[in-house]
Design a protein around this ligand. Structure first.
Ligand code: SF4
Length: 475
C-alpha cells in the first residue's frame, strides 16, 4: 500500500498561462502572475523569456515558489518578453519533459508555447505527424501545435500559427512567444478564460484577471472566441481563426476553478458564485441553525446561501493551508487521515446544532463523507448538504481532470443513494436552470457537458459511447 495519499476529491484545474510583452522585467512579472494562478496547476511551473532570437528557459516540477526559489533562476530569464505556465497534466504524464512552456528552434526561429485546455483530435493529429516522420519530445498534446507550425508552408508566423490552429479541435487558451512577438489565442468556443492587461506601457496576458492584480496591471479586456492577438513593436492587433462557433465557456470556472477575485467571461467570479448560493437557497430551503462552507472553495456560495436564507454563516471547518497535494501517511492505522490532515471541525460552532454544509461540487463523495462524519462527531444534531452545482455525471474532454465516469458518484447513484452514502440528513443539488440563471449570457453560452452530457465537440468514438451508455440519444 502506498503511503502517499491524495487529499483532494475535486476535479483538478488544468493549467495557467501568463505572458508579458515590452517590459524590461518581463520574467519577474510573469513569475508574479504564475504565483497568483497557482490554483490552476501545481505539478510544474516554468517561464521562457526572449531577447530577440535568444530564448531563455527555466522550468521544473513543483510549485511556483519552489521552482523559482533561487532568484538566479529569474535573473537569467533576460529580455522584454516572457511567457509562463503552471501545469496540472490532463494529457501527457507527470514528468519534467512535459513541463511547459515548451520551446523549440524551428527554421523560422525560436518558438515557445504555453497551453491551457485540451485538444480533442490530438490522437489523430499525433498519429498523422508521426507517420510523416515527426519525432515528439513530450507526451503532451501541446507539442502538436509546434510541429504543425514548423511544417507550415505559409509565409509569415501569424499565417503559420493560423494554419496550425485551424487543424486543431478542442479547448485552448494559448500564449506563444516568437523572436518578434507575443501571441495570445483562444479557441472558437472560448472554453477557457484568457485576458489582456497593461502594465507601465507593456502588455500582459493571463488566464485570470487576479494575475493582473498582483502585478498592479490594468485589465484591458478578455481575448474573444477565435481571436489571435498579436503583441509586437507596433502595439496590439487582432486576427481571427477560420472556424466560427457558438461560445461554450466552461461553466465550471464559475462554480469552482477560477478564483473569486477574478473576472472571467465578462463577470466577476465572486458575484456569479454568490448567485449560485442564493439560487440554491431559494430552490432547496431547509430549517437549520447554521450554515458552514467547505473552505475555501465553497466559501462564496455559502455566503450567498446565508444571505438569501437569512441564516447565520459560521466558520465550522478550519482548513490547514500548509500541506502539499500529497502527504506522507505516518500512521497507516489512523482512520480518515487524509481528511483529518486538511480539515478540523470547530466544536463550539457545531455542537447541538442543525448544520447546513454548502459544497460547490461532489466528485467521488469520499471527502464529503468523511467531513460529515467529523462534523457529526463534533456534536452536530443534523447535517444537510446543499451543492451549488448539478450532479457531475460525465467526464470533461476540454482540459479538466475529472476521474473516470465510473468513479463519479452521481453517475452510479441516485441523489437518495448518495445521501445514504454520505450519512447525512438531507442532500440536494442546484438545478441546471438555477445554474444557468446565475451566470451572465450577454456574451454567449456555456459548456455544461459534465452535468448534461451535451458535449460541444465530440471526440472521435469516446463520447458517443459514453452518451449511449447513459441512455442519452445522439443527435
Ligand atoms: Fe467545463 Fe464541465 Fe464543460 Fe469540462 S465538461 S469544459 S468542466 S463545463
Amino acid at each position: 500500500m502506498s503511503n502517499f495519499y491524495s487529499i483532494d476529491d475535486k476535479p483538478r484545474a488544468e493549467c495557467a498561462v501568463v505572458g508579458v510583452y515590452g517590459h524590461p522585467k518581463a520574467a519577474y512579472f510573469t513569475y508574479l502572475g504564475l504565483y497568483a494562478l497557482q490554483h490552476r496547476g501545481q505539478e510544474s511551473s516554468g517561464i521562457v523569456s526572449s531577447e530577440g532570437d535568444k530564448f531563455y528557459k527555466h522550468v521544473d516540477m513543483g510549485l511556483v515558489a519552489d521552482v523559482f526559489s533561487n532568484i538566479k533562476n529569474l535573473d537569467k530569464l533576460k529580455g522584454n518578453a516572457a511567457i509562463g505556465h503552471n501545469r496540472y497534466s490532463t494529457t501527457g504524464s507527470t514528468q519534467p519533459i512535459n513541463a511547459q512552456p515548451l520551446v523549440v528552434s524551428s527554421k523560422y526561429g525560436p518558438l515557445a508555447i504555453s497551453h491551457n485546455g485540451n485538444f480533442v483530435n490530438a490522437a489523430e493529429l499525433h498519429e498523422k505527424l508521426v507517420n510523416e516522420g515527426a519525432i515528439f519530445q513530450t507526451t503532451t498534446d501541446t507539442e502538436i501545435v509546434l510541429h504543425l507550425i514548423a511544417r507550415s508552408k505559409k509565409t509569415g508566423m501569424i499565417e503559420r500559427i493560423k494554419e496550425a490552429l485551424n487543424q486543431i479541435n478542442g479547448a485552448y487558451s494559448l500564449a506563444i512567444l516568437t523572436n518578434e512577438a507575443m501571441i495570445a489565442v483562444k479557441d472558437p468556443r472560448s472554453f477557457r478564460p484568457l485576458c489582456i492587461g497593461s502594465k507601465d506601457g507593456a502588455f500582459v496576458i493571463a488566464s485570470e484577471s487576479c494575475a493582473l492584480d498582483i502585478m498592479d496591471a490594468e485589465l484591458i479586456r478578455e481575448v474573444e472566441p477565435g481571436e489571435i492577438v498579436i503583441f509586437d513593436q507596433h502595439g496590439m492587433r487582432s486576427e481571427w481563426l477560420d472556424e466560427k462557433a457558438e461560445r461554450k465557456a466552461c461553466i465550471f470556472e464559475f462554480i469552482y476553478f477560477s478564483r473569486p477575485d477574478s473576472r472571467i467571461f465578462g463577470e466577476k467570479v465572486d458575484k456569479a458564485r454568490r448567485r449560485l448560493g442564493k439560487a440554491l437557497a431559494l430552490e432547496n430551503p431547509v430549517d437549520a441553525d447554521r450554515i458552514i462552507s467547505v473552505p475555501d472553495s465553497s466559501n462564496t456560495a455559502a455566503l450567498g446561501y446565508a444571505q438569501e436564507s437569512n441564516m447565520r454563516f459560521e466558520i465550522g471547518l478550519i482548513r490547514n493551508h500548509y500541506i502539499g497535494r500529497t502527504f506522507i501517511h505516518p500512521v497507516q492505522s489512523m482512520r480518515d487521515f487524509n481528511v483529518r490532515i486538511k480539515f478540523n471541525p470547530v466544536q463550539g460552532i457545531l455542537k447541538d446544532k442543525r448544520i447546513i454544509i454548502v459544497e460547490d461540487s461532489i466528485v467521488r463523495g469520499t471527502t464529503l463523507k468523511l467531513l460529515a462524519r467529523m462534523i457529526r462527531k463534533a456534536g452536530a444534531k443534523e447535517i444537510h448538504v446543499r451543492v451549488s452545482s448539478p450532479p457531475i455525471k460525465f467526464p470533461c474532454y476540454y482540459g479538466m481532470d475529472f476521474p473516470t465516469k465510473e468513479e463519479l458518484i452521481a453517475n452510479n447513484m441516485s441523489v437518495e443513494q448518495i445521501r445514504e452514502f454520505l450519512e447525512v440528513d438531507s442532500l440536494t443539488y442546484l438545478s441546471m436552470d438555477g445554474l444557468l440563471n446565475s451566470v451572465p449570457h450577454e456574451n454567449g453560452g456555456y459548456c455544461t457537458a459534465c452535468f448534461s452530457g451535451d458535449y460541444p465537440i465530440v471526440p472521435n468514438g469516446k463520447v458517443e459511447k459514453l452518451k449511449l451508455e447513459n441512455g442519452i440519444v445522439l443527435e
